[in-house]
Every structure is written in C-alpha cells, then in structure tokens.
Write a new protein. Structure first.
Length: 479
C-alpha cells in the first residue's frame, strides 16, 4: 500500500540518519509496519488488532521515542486504548511537535497529515489543518485525501460537498488504499456524490476486503444479501470472513444469519459464541440478541438473570430494542422482580426512539389498563404508530380496535385491510382467524364461508385454539 512507503519516509527521518545499514533498515521497516498497522487497524481492523497495535506504539513511547510519544498523544483523546494523563499527554505533544513540524515543513506528506490532525484535534486551527491536508493530498497521501473526503462528506469545517468527497476518495482509491476503496464503495452503494451503482460498490468493497478491511467484508456481505441480486449464501461467507477478522458487526451479522437460517441452516448454538464475541466488543444489537438467547434458552443454557443483565447494559447505552426487552423483563418478571412502573418507563424510552415493539407493548398496557390507566385512544395512537412501522402484531391489534370501535370509529373494511397485511407479512395466526370471522359474516369483505374455513385452517395449523374449535364446531377437520 502507498502509505507503507510514506510512513517509512517519516520514520527514517526521525530515527538515526546514518548511512544505510542493515540494522537501521530493519528498525525502520519494523517502525513503518507498526505505524501502518496502528493507523489501519484503528480504521478498518478488529478491536483486538488495534489493541495489539496500540500496545506496541505505547511501548515505543515508553522507551522515549519522540515520534511514538507524539502519535500516542495525538490519539489519546480519541481512543481509550491510547489514553494518557493530561499532563503526560501535553508533554508528549510538546516534545513531538517540533520533530513532526520540521518534517512537514520539508515536504513529508505523512508529517503534514499528522500536523493537520494535531491542528484539528488539539488546537482548533482549522485553516492550518486544511492547508496541511491539501499539501499532503497534492502528494497523493491517502490518509490526507481520506480525511478531506470525510470533511467534505460530513460538512465538517467546510461546506458539505459529497461530489468533492467522492473525488478525494477516488484519488486515494486509485493508489490502492483500502480505506478509500471502502469509503467510495459506500457512496456508490447509496448514490451520494456519485451515481448509484451497486456493481461498482461491489467491486470496491471486494478490493478493500481483499486487503483485509473487515468493515468492507461485512458491507460486502450486506450488499450481497440485500442488493439487486441477493445471494444469501455468498453473503454468509463474507460475514464469516469479517467475523473471523474480529469485526464486531461481521460477528453480529453472521450470528443473525445463523439464528434466522439466512444462507444456511438455522443454528442458534453456532450463533451464540459469535454474539458473545460481538457483544464483548460493545455491539449493542449483539448484546440484545444474546439476551434473548439466554432468556429463551436457545443455543445456550437458559439464564433469565444473564438476559436481564445484557438487556440492562445495552439499554443504559441507549439501545431502543434493549429498552423494549428490559420493559418485557419488568412486566413479566424475567430475571428480575415484576415492576410495572419500570416496565412503562422502559417502554416509553423505546417508544421515544420509534421502536415498534415498544409502541405495541405500551399500547397493550393502555388497552388493558396494566401499569397505566385504561385508555383506548392512547392504545389506538400507539398501535397506529407501530402499524406504520410495518409491525404485523400491531397491525392485527389495530384491526381489532376498528372491529370493536374502541378508540376509533368502527370500520370493518379498514380492519380487513390491516388483518390482511399482518397475515401476508408474518402469517400471524390471530390475523388469519380474524380475517376468517370477517369473511364468515361479510364484515368489510364479501361474505365467503369457504374463505372463512381456509383462513381458520391456516390459523389452526399454527396452533390457534379458537380457530381449531370453530372448525370442529362447524364440522371441519382442522387440517
């Protein structure tokens, strides 16, 4: 990669300037590899890889090497693994700045990039940062071009310009930089700053993934699963590669696929360890899904207390799905004592984040008067929100409100539409049974005893007791 040689130029300038010697060359090569690994794993590697790289940088800093002290201090405020006490951080920056500035002044592109980063992170010197980044970019320095690309993409310190961002990413990608390839792939995938082009996105993700970019591996899997020509089995392969590289999102997506049988046979037992690895890296979706496995005893030994702890941890960090699950724990006493006050509080927090599960759950509480006053109008409002979010159980519940005229005017036709949607989306037994009753009595739909029987059989085949009883009472076999 191009930044290998650029890193080496800086390291060689900061180490002994004696004539080329085998020992010096080896030391410079080792230093170059260390810097390259530190920078790239921070952006594209696993937490474990970055931890190892940060440990090596810290060791060089502890040995007194000014450049590595500057590098560690520069990232101290950005990553916990690089944290330093404030006084030591300032001392390291002050010690390293003259070295790096001198190299930047002499035209070293990586030094110019680091001076720019220092200006942005520590000195609020935007003009100096832009000047240094542009100088480095003129020398095709990948990190500088990527930083400028992100600034123009986000509108950070400059006027937002996705097309200009794409131009910087494209220049950096042309040098084979995997981070630029990854960034540019994302733009093509979404059609931001460039024409939407899934094939180009796939090409770029593959290039970046081929160089070990674990996020690119994960995103490649996502595009292959959800793109114009879905290939779940191939997507699973890339999720697995990303997961094996230590990427927390790749680990979660692999586990999700294994849990739902996407591109493979359903395998909760294999999914559980990957969820654990992802959760250990702070992936909130993984923590929440792992909690459901421990709650239900699927793929792991049933442990409601552990489920509650996982939901609590993710909920504290703002995950809406975890807040819904925490509300369920409090409502039904799973892994903790029943507490409707806390259940309602958790549901409301999740509802504020537009979580459809929580909208439906809180709607049921208002409908039943559980933990709150009975309020059909509020139930109607919450069921409507969840139904708009395409949540089939809420569509079924909202349909029943229209049938009964609770919290709204009675409207059988609207109820039939909602039951049909819930049935077609999720094959809910309740929705099939409710549709059967509308067809039996011709309410909101054309009367059809045949359709009533067929829908009841669909519901009965999925364990619906009332549908089974209706069929038997009317002389039909459930199956």
């Amino acid at each position: 990669m191009r930044n290998f040689s650029i890193s080496l130029l800086l390291i060689m300038a900061l180490t002994s300037a004696a004539a080329p010697q085998t020992g010096a060359d080896n030391a410079a090569a080792n230093s170059k590899m260390m810097v390259e690994r530190f920078i790239n794993t921070r952006s594209a590697g696993s937490a474990e890889d970055f931890a190892a790289a940060a440990k090596m940088v810290r060791a060089r800093a502890d040995e007194g090497q000014p450049f590595f002290r500057f590098l560690l201090a520069l990232y101290s405020g950005q990553d916990k693994l690089c944290e330093l006490p404030d006084d030591k951080r300032e001392a390291y920056l002050e010690q390293g700045r003259p070295w790096v500035r001198e190299q930047a002044k002499s035209g070293n592109a990586l030094a110019q990039y680091l001076v720019a980063l220092d200006a942005l992170l520590n000195r609020e010197a935007l003009d100096e940062a832009l000047d240094m980044l542009e100088r480095a970019a003129e020398q095709d320095q990948p990190l500088a071009m990527n930083t400028l690309g992100m600034m123009y993409f986000n509108g950070s310190g400059v006027r937002r310009d996705p097309a200009k961002a794409a131009s910087y990413f494209r220049r950096s990608a042309a040098s084979g930089d995997m981070i630029a390839e990854y960034n540019l792939a994302g733009l093509y995938h979404q059609g931001i700053g460039v024409p939407k082009d899934q094939e180009m996105a796939l090409v770029l993700y593959r290039r970046a993934a081929g160089q070990g970019h674990s996020n690119a591996m994960n995103n490649l899997g996502w595009v292959l699963q959800h793109g114009e020509h879905p290939d779940p089995a191939k997507a699973l392969e890339w999720y697995r590669k990303s997961a094996e590289a230590g990427n927390k999102d790749g680990q979660y997506n692999l586990a999700y696929s294994l849990m739902h049988g996407i591109g493979c046979a359903r395998n909760p037992a294999e999914a559980a360890p990957w969820l654990q690895k992802s959760a250990d890296q702070g992936q909130l979706e993984a923590q929440t899904m792992l909690g459901t496995l421990y709650r239900d005893g699927e793929g792991v030994a049933k442990d409601p207390a552990k489920a509650f702890a996982l939901f609590s941890g993710a909920a504290e960090r703002g995950h809406a799905g975890a807040r819904y699950q925490l509300g369920q724990c409090y409502e039904f006493g799973t892994g903790t004592a029943t507490n409707m006050v806390k259940a309602i509080e958790s549901y409301r927090q999740a509802v504020a984040a537009d979580n459809p599960d929580a909208q439906h759950a809180l709607g049921l509480c208002h409908y039943r008067g559980k933990g709150v006053e009975k309020d059909y109008s509020k139930a109607f409002e919450l069921f409507s929100q969840a139904a708009k979010n395409n949540f089939p159980p809420a569509q079924d519940s909202l349909g029943m409100l229209y049938v009964r005229g609770e919290g709204c005017s009675r409207d059988y036709a609207k109820a039939a539409e909602l039951f049909t949607t819930a049935w077609e989306r999720a094959h809910l037994p309740d929705a099939a049974y409710n549709l059967a009753m509308l067809h039996e009595f011709g309410q909101g739909v054309k009367q059809s005893h045949t359709k009533a029987v067929n829908y009841c059989r669909e519901a009965a085949n999925r364990g619906h007791v009332a549908a089974t009883e209706w069929l038997i009472a009317n002389g039909y076999t459930p199956r």
